[in-house]
Design a binder for this molecule. Structure first.
Ligand code: ADP
Ligand code: ADP
Length: 224
C-alpha cells in the first residue's frame, strides 16, 4: 500500500534549482534510504515534507492526505527527526517527551502509556529519569526518535540522524529504527553515508536535485 507519495516536485532558491521533478512512491512497513551527497537536495525535500517550505510545483501525499489541502491530517501522520537536536538539555528524558506529548494534545494516562511504549521501542526506558545532558550522543538521538513516535505516525522521517556518532551508536540506531518497520511504519532515512543503506529495503538516490535511481535494495546488491 502506498503510504507516501511525492509527485513531480520541484523547488528553486531564486534561480538555483534544488529539486527537479522528483517523484517517489513508498509502501508501508519499509525502510527506505534517501542517499545523496551534500547539496543533493535532501534537506530541501525534508523542508517541503514538514511544510517548513511551501510546495509550489508538484504534490505530496502522506497516509492518503494531500499536504497542501489537508496539512493537519498529513502532518499528524508524520514523525520527524531533524539533523539538529532539539531537546532541552536540562530536562529529564521523561519531561522532554511529556512536553512533546502535551503539544500533540495528549495528556494523563494516555500520554504516559505512549511515552513508555516509545521509550521501550528504543530501549531507553531505563534512562527516562536522566537529564538529557547526561546522555551520550547516541542515546540523545534515540530519545529524539522515541519522541517522534509518541503521536503514532505512519511515516518516520530522519534527516542524517547519525551525524557525529561513533560506529556502535550508529549501528544501534539503525537496528532500532529497522525494527520499527515491523509494526508497519515507513522509515524514510536521508543520508550521504553509503554504509547506512545496508539495512534498507529501498534506496532512492538523489543527485543534483534529481532522482537517479530508485531500487529495491535486493536489486542493488544483485547488480553489484
Ligand atoms: P542536502 O541536504 O542534500 O545537502 P540541500 O537541500 O541542502 O541538499 O541543498 C540542495 C541545493 O540547494 C544545493 O545546491 C544548495 O547549495 C542549495 N541551497 C540550499 N539551501 C539554499 C538556500 N537557502 N539558498 C540558496 N541555495 C540553497
Ligand atoms: P492509489 O494507490 O490507488 O493510487 P492513493 O491513495 O495513492 O491510491 O491515491 C489516491 C488518488 O490520489 C489517486 O488518484 C492518485 O493518483 C492520487 N495521488 C496519489 N498521490 C498523489 C500525489 N502526490 N499528488 C497528486 N495525486 C496523488
Amino acid at each position: 500500500m502506498t503510504i507516501f507519495s511525492v509527485r513531480n516536485v520541484s523547488y528553486s532558491y531564486g534561480t538555483k534549482k534544488a529539486l527537479d521533478d522528483v517523484t517517489i512512491e513508498l509502501d508501508a512497513g519499509r525502510f527506505c534510504a534517501l542517499l545523496g551527497p551534500n547539496g543533493a537536495g535532501k534537506s530541501t525535500l525534508f523542508n517541503l515534507l514538514t511544510r517548513l517550505f511551501v510546495t509550489r510545483e508538484g504534490s505530496i501525499r502522506i497516509a492518503g492526505h494531500d499536504l497542501a489541502r489537508e496539512p493537519r491530517k498529513a502532518l499528524a501522520a508524520l514523525g520527524v527527526v531533524f539533523q539538529q537536536p532539539t531537546l532541552d538539555l536540562d530536562m529529564s528524558v521523561a519531561w522532554n517527551l511529556q512536553y512533546f506529548a502535551a503539544l500533540q494534545g495528549l495528556s494523563g494516562a494516555q500520554a504516559k502509556k505512549r511515552i513508555e511504549a516509545a521509550l521501550e521501542r528504543l530501549s531507553m526506558s531505563e534512562r527516562a529519569r536522566e537529564k538529557v545532558r547526561e546522555l551520550n550522543g547516541g542515546h540523545r538521538r534515540r530519545m529524539e526518535i522515541a519522541r517522534a513516535l509518541i503521536h503514532e505516525p505512519k511515516v518516520l522521517l530522519l534527516d542524517e540522524p547519525t551525524v557525529g556518532l561513533d560506529i556502535e551508536s550508529r549501528i544501534a540506531i539503525t537496528d532500532h529504527v529497522h525494527d520499527l518497520t515491523e509494526a508497519g511504519l515507513l522509515v524514510f532515512w536521508a543520508t550521504h553515508l553509503v554504509d547506512e543503506i545496508r539495512p534498507a529495503d529501498d534506496v532512492v538516490v538523489l543527485h543534483k536535485g534529481r532522482i537517479l535511481k530508485h531500487e529495491r535494495a535486493e536489486n542493488l546488491c544483485a547488480g553489484a
